[in-house]
Design a protein around this ligand. Structure first.
Ligand SMILES: CC(C)(COP(=O)(O)OP(=O)(O)OC[C@H]1O[C@@H](n2cnc3c(N)ncnc32)[C@H](O)[C@@H]1OP(=O)(O)O)[C@@H](O)C(=O)NCCC(=O)NCCS
Length: 333
């Protein structure tokens, strides 16, 4: 007689219960960075919309930032930390290749022995993590998940690099995802284009650094290439996510794109023909680009500044090194 395996059954719907945030302790103004890159406060403001970026103290790492954001998200969710059985950290700045940030964060916040793993999908990492938490809970593989985007990018910038260093900040944004009576996370539109892997990423390998063939690896990008790709291709992805969720731009309460560049954010809003009523996340102005942390940090700020957005629909889209992208419509807690 063959034994048939039991299959887990999950729940029909999930939603985001709460957000938590941690920003680096130091507000770094443009003037502190312009010397080595022969730039100016005016150029950076005009081309990127950034006035200051938040950066962490030397003794703070991506794990510390993730822990703080996750603690706040769990506290606000009303869930006991021990009920969290899945922790997904999206990061490209884990100080060590292994162990993962996630396992340490799970332990620090009281969610040990939750399943825990890191996602390396750069600035799309948070949207990827939300897609996975939603799918795994609906499949019955987990009950309550934490998704946290965390970055200490200041450890991987070269102050003399004028392609990206001045954009980057440090921080973490976390959410708790769990069962819901109604759909709270729409279908994810995601993908990659590895043929453009050279457009943004680390400039050297760790082995070249070890062998003395290259300096400490830092981030660099072909700015205009990434800019054009973001503006042309990502708008299509954003539209697809709306279509997949069955909602129109005018149904949105908020639009929260990856905080890459204010000009990209403005161009998205224009091309998506967002009505004036849609509040747009513009956290980049004072936080900078924090890669995987940027969407949840921007959302956390929007919910603080506009509590009336609670219960409304938000379109979020992340895109970056890989190249990779991910977008979905969510219901704001
Ligand atoms: C990086 C970025 C801000 C550069 O802005 P840009 O308008 O594309 O600038 P360009 O590279 O075309 O350069 C325009 C001019 O500014 C100059 N310039 C470039 N970087 C500069 C800097 N940091 N400071 C001052 N001047 C700079 C260039 O030399 C050029 O001068 P020229 O007109 O005399 O030749 C922009 O391309 C960008 O934000 N790209 C996408 C970022 C992104 O989404 N990344 C996603 C992964 S996180």
């Amino acid at each position: 007689m063959t034994v048939s395996l039991r299959q887990p059954t999950g729940v029909a719907h999930t939603r985001i219960y709460s957000y938590g945030a941690a920003r680096g302790e130091l507000a770094v103004p443009n003037d502190d960075l312009v010397g080595p890159i022969d730039s100016s406060d005016e150029w950076i403001r005009q081309r990127t919309g950034i006035v200051t970026r938040m950066r962490a103290e030397p003794g703070t790492d991506a794990i510390d930032l993730a822990t703080e954001a996750t603690r706040e998200a769990i506290e606000r969710s009303g869930i006991d930390p021990s009920d969290v059985d899945l922790v997904i950290c999206a990061t490209i700045s884990n100080p060590k290749q292994t162990p993962s940030v996630s396992a340490i964060v799970a332990d620090r916040v009281g969610a040990n022995p939750a399943a825990a793993y890191d996602v390396n999908a750069a600035c799309a990492g948070f949207a990827y993590g939300v897609a996975q938490a939603d799918a795994l809970i609906r499949a019955g593989a987990a009950h309550y998940a934490v998704v946290v985007g965390t970055e200490k990018l200041s450890d991987v910038v070269d102050p003399t690099d004028r392609s990206i260093s001045f954009l980057l900040g440090d921080g973490a944004g976390a959410v708790v995802v769990g069962p819901s009576d109604t759909p709270g996370i729409g279908p994810t539109v995601w993908g990659s284009d590895g043929s453009k892997s050279d457009a943004v990423g680390m400039n050297h390998t760790l082995t070249d650094f070890r062998d003395g063939k290259a300096p400490w690896p830092t981030l660099r990008q072909e700015g205009p290439t990434v800019f054009r790709w973001a503006v042309w291709e990502m708008v299509k992805v954003a539209r697809e996510a709306l279509e997949a969720a069955g909602v129109a731009a005018s149904d949105l309460a908020a639009f929260i794109p990856h905080q890459a560049n204010m000009r990209i954010i403005d161009e998205f809003a224009k091309q998506l023909k967002l009505p004036e009523t849609v509040v747009v996340g513009r956290d980049i102005e004072t936080t900078g680009n924090t890669s995987a942390a940027s969407i949840p940090l921007a959302t956390h700020r929007l919910l603080e500044e506009h509590p009336e957005l609670s219960g409304g629909l938000a379109l979020q889209i992340g895109f970056g090194a890989g190249l990779v992208f991910g977008a979905q419509v969510i219901v704001l807690p």
